[in-house]
Write a protein that binds this ligand. Structure first.
Ligand SMILES: *[C@@H]1O[C@H](CO)[C@@H](O)[C@H](O)[C@H]1NC(C)=O
Ligand SMILES: *[C@@H]1O[C@H](CO)[C@@H](O)[C@H](O)[C@H]1NC(C)=O
Ligand SMILES: *[C@@H]1O[C@H](CO)[C@@H](O)[C@H](O)[C@H]1NC(C)=O
Ligand SMILES: *[C@@H]1O[C@H](CO)[C@@H](O)[C@H](O)[C@H]1NC(C)=O
Ligand SMILES: *[C@@H]1O[C@H](CO)[C@@H](O)[C@H](O)[C@H]1NC(C)=O
Ligand SMILES: *[C@@H]1O[C@H](CO)[C@@H](O)[C@H](O)[C@H]1NC(C)=O
Ligand SMILES: *[C@@H]1O[C@H](CO)[C@@H](O)[C@H](O)[C@H]1NC(C)=O
Ligand SMILES: *[C@@H]1O[C@H](CO)[C@@H](O)[C@H](O)[C@H]1NC(C)=O
Ligand SMILES: *[C@@H]1O[C@H](CO)[C@@H](O)[C@H](O)[C@H]1NC(C)=O
Length: 366
C-alpha cells in the first residue's frame, strides 16, 4: 500500500487491484511519473481540483474538476484509485498555507514563500456550429483542443486552440462554414468576409453606382441561407453640366455668381442636386484639389456647402447625415452656431450666416 505521512510519501509495497470510477469527462490536468501522495498534494494545491484518479499501473495522476461527493461507482475502471478532496484534506495539511490562489492556478512553495502560478485555462472559446462535447475536458497549459463542426457546419482552416502559459486559449483562426453561394448583386457585389453563422457581409456597388438604401448588409443565417438583400445598386445620376468623377465618387458643379445659402441651394435643386456634402478628411483634400483646378474660384473664396443646423444638429442636406467632427475646421462650429456652412481652401468647414453672399458648390460625394 501507499501511505502518506504528513506531506511525505512512503511506498509500503503490496499492490492490490482497485476498482474505482475513472471520471473521463472531468479530467482537467494529467501529471505523469508521480507517486500517489504527490498526486493528492498536487490536487490540494490546485484551485480547480475536486478529486484525483491515480493510475497505479502507469504512475499517472489525473486531476479532476468533478466534485468527489458526486462519485458514481457504476463507471468503475480497474487500476484507478480515486480520492476526493475530503479524503485528501483529512490526510494532509494545507500545502498553500491558507493562501487562496485564483481560478486555474496552483500554489507552489518557493524561497519567497507561497506563490500562485497558472496551470490551466478556463472554459474553451465558443465557436459557432461546433460540437462542444467533442472537446476533451483537459484544461492544462499546453492542451490542444481540436474543434469539430456540427452537421450544419463545414470546417474551414485551422480549428485548434492551445491553452497558453498565460491561461488564455489561443485564437482560433478557422471556423465552421454554414452559408453557401453568395447572392448576386446587379451592378455590385458582396464584399469580402466570412460565411459562418451570423457573419455579416457588405454590399458594394460598382463605380458610378450607389446604394439605393444604406441597409447594405446580409447576414449568414443558421439555415445556411444568406438574409435578403434590402438594397440595390442604382446608377448615380450626375447632370451633364456637372463634373462626374466615378473613382472619387464625386458629382460637382461650382457656381461663381455669389448668392445667399438658400438661393444657392435653390439653384442646386433646379438640377435635382443640393449644396455639396463632405464626409471625410480625404474628401476635403479632393474638394480642395478640385477647387484649385478651377479658374473662376480663388483660394480666398468662401464656398457655400450643404451643411445646415437642423434641430440643434449640423446635417448635410443632400444625405441627411450628421456632419462628421473630422471635417470641421478647428474650433468650429463656432460658439454662435451660425445656421449655414461654407468651405474654404485652408479653413475647411466653418459655420456661416445664411444671408452671406458666396460662390457655391452643388452636387454630392456619394
Ligand atoms: C458514466 O458513464 C456514462 C456513460 O458512459 C457517462 O455518460 C457519464 O458521464 C459517466 N459519469 C461520470 C461521472 O463519469
Ligand atoms: C461539492 O458538493 C458539495 C455538496 O453538493 C458542495 O457543498 C460543495 O460546494 C461542492 N464542492 C465543489 C468544489 O464544487
Ligand atoms: C451512474 O452511472 C450510471 C451509468 O454509468 C447511470 O445509469 C446512473 O444514473 C449514474 N448515477 C448517478 C447518480 O449519476
Ligand atoms: C493550427 O493552430 C495551432 C494553434 O494555433 C497551431 O499550433 C498549429 O500549428 C496549427 N496547424 C496548422 C496546420 O497550421
Ligand atoms: C460594412 O460597411 C460599414 C458601413 O458602410 C463599414 O463600417 C464596415 O467596415 C463594412 N464592413 C466590411 C466588412 O466591409
Ligand atoms: C431587411 O428587411 C427585412 C424585412 O423588412 C428586415 O427584417 C431586415 O432587418 C432588413 N435587413 C437590414 C440589413 O436592414
Ligand atoms: C434556403 O434557401 C433554399 C434555396 O433557395 C430554399 O429552398 C430554402 O427553403 C431556404 N431555407 C429557408 C429556411 O428559408
Ligand atoms: C433652372 O434651370 C433652367 C434651365 O435648366 C434655367 O433656365 C433656370 O433659370 C434655372 N432656375 C434657377 C432658379 O436657377
Ligand atoms: C433626417 O434624419 C433625422 C434623424 O435621423 C430625422 O429625424 C429626419 O426625419 C431626417 N430627415 C429626412 C428628410 O429624412
Amino acid at each position: 500500500m501507499f501511505e502518506c505521512i504528513g506531506s511525505v510519501c512512503a511506498f509500503l509495497a503490496i499492490f492490490s487491484t482497485f476498482s474505482f470510477a475513472h471520471l473521463d469527462n472531468f479530467v482537467i490536468r494529467v501529471i505523469s511519473d508521480i507517486g500517489p501522495c504527490a498526486c493528492k498534494l498536487e490536487c490540494y494545491s490546485s484551485t480547480k481540483c475536486a478529486s484525483v484518479n491515480y493510475d497505479l499501473n502507469n504512475f499517472e495522476c489525473e486531476l479532476s474538476s468533478y466534485n468527489g461527493s458526486l462519485f458514481n461507482e457504476s463507471n468503475a475502471t480497474e487500476f484507478y484509485q480515486s480520492f476526493s478532496m475530503d479524503n485528501i484534506k483529512q490526510e494532509f495539511s494545507d500545502p498553500c498555507n491558507g493562501i487562496l490562489c485564483g481560478p486555474n492556478m496552483k500554489c507552489i512553495t518557493s524561497t519567497n514563500g507561497i506563490l500562485c502560478i497558472i496551470t490551466e485555462c478556463g472554459e474553451p472559446l465558443a465557436v459557432t456550429n461546433t460540437i462542444p462535447s467533442s472537446l476533451s475536458s483537459l484544461r492544462a497549459v499546453g492542451t490542444v483542443l481540436m474543434y469539430q463542426c456540427d452537421s450544419v457546419g463545414t470546417p474551414v482552416g485551422n480549428l485548434t486552440s492551445v491553452c497558453q502559459s498565460n491561461g488564455v486559449w489561443s485564437h482560433i483562426t478557422g471556423y465552421c462554414k454554414v452559408c453557401g453561394t453568395l447572392p448576386s448583386v446587379p451592378n455590385g457585389a458582396v464584399g469580402p468576409g466570412f460565411d459562418f453563422q451570423n457573419a455579416v457581409r457588405n454590399i458594394t456597388c460598382q463605380l458610378g453606382f450607389m446604394l439605393s438604401t444604406p441597409d447594405n448588409t446580409i447576414t449568414c443565417q443558421g439555415d445556411g441561407n444568406w438574409s435578403a438583400i434590402n438594397t440595390t445598386c442604382i446608377i448615380h445620376e450626375c447632370p451633364a453640366s456637372f463634373h462626374h468623377d466615378m473613382i472619387k465618387e464625386l458629382c460637382i458643379r461650382v457656381f461663381d455668381v455669389p448668392a445667399t445659402w438658400d438661393d444657392a441651394d435653390t439653384v442646386c435643386q433646379n438640377y435635382s442636386q443640393r449644396l455639396i456634402n463632405i464626409n471625410t478628411p480625404s474628401q476635403i483634400t479632393i474638394l480642395t484639389q478640385y477647387l484649385r483646378s478651377l479658374t473662376n474660384v480663388d483660394e480666398r473664396d468662401d464656398i457655400h456647402v450643404g451643411g445646415r443646423l437642423v434641430d440643434g444638429q449640423y446635417r448635410w442636406m443632400v444625405t441627411n447625415k450628421t456632419i462628421a467632427p473630422a471635417v470641421w475646421d478647428v474650433n468650429n462650429p463656432s460658439e454662435s452656431m451660425k445656421v449655414c456652412t461654407h468651405f474654404h481652401d485652408t479653413e475647411h468647414l466653418r459655420d456661416k450666416e445664411c444671408t452671406a453672399l458666396g460662390k457655391y458648390a452643388c452636387g454630392v460625394f456619394y
